[in-house]
Ligand binder design. Sequence first.
Ligand code: KIV
Length: 279
Amino acid sequence: MAEKKTWPKMQKMKAEGEKIAMLTAYDYASASMAEKAGVDIILVGDSVGNVVQGQDNTLPVTVDEMIYHTKAVKRGAPNTCIITDMPFGSYEVSIEEGVRNAIRILKETGCDGVKLEGGAERAALIKALTEASVPVMAHIGMTPQKIAQMGNFAVQGKSAEDAQKLLDAAKTLEAAGAVQVLMECVPTPLATMITDALEVPTIGIGAGNGCTGQVLVWYDMAGMYDKFCPKFVKKYAEAGKLITEAMAEYVSEVKSGAFPDEAHSFAMKNAEEILPRLY
Ligand code: KIV
């Protein structure tokens, strides 16, 4: 079994030019598969709202739900670094509330850190969390929790002014204590430049191959979610199609009586003797 990656070990991976593979998981089975596959970090993402709950966005997800899913993930992947998203509403009101929620997530789930969205405006919170011994991954660029304000999901940092803002935010959040910086929907040259400007590893999603590591939503990469598929998603399997076909075959065998057959049923040795005596 590969040894668990800690934040300092992953810092070393960046220094040695080794890539970090991160995937989301939301339950025991997916976490266990991710650990067997050698994933370095499992993200219990608030994308659970989209792919598991079927919501239109991540805003409805709660701290209790993140804790519920992270506990299941932890049981499935006890030897993998696990990071949990702080959901919308759990850290915006005050630093104190953010710290309290993050500590609760760490304490109740045994995860290894939290991820939260936002730019330089999150520096004070990240500093407070770091002082409280909570490792934080900063999530910059396209931040889905801003959907109500932004109205759509767009590539970030395309103008000189926005690119400068992202670079400044990354540096500010690193200085505040972020252990890693995740960039979503950032043009490859800018994401590469930010990666080179930081000491800490960067994780990209739609941010090209110059980042230290990559993350994908596992439902997306396995072909399990057909509502929406961003350009940056590579489908490594058509598991959704495979499972639908298996389910259809099951339905057909139940209807025809072919399932269950003898191999999937329990015999009763003395049935001929016992059953006639029942009333
Ligand atoms: O919630 C999530 O899965 C995420 C990834 C898309 C990075 O934040």
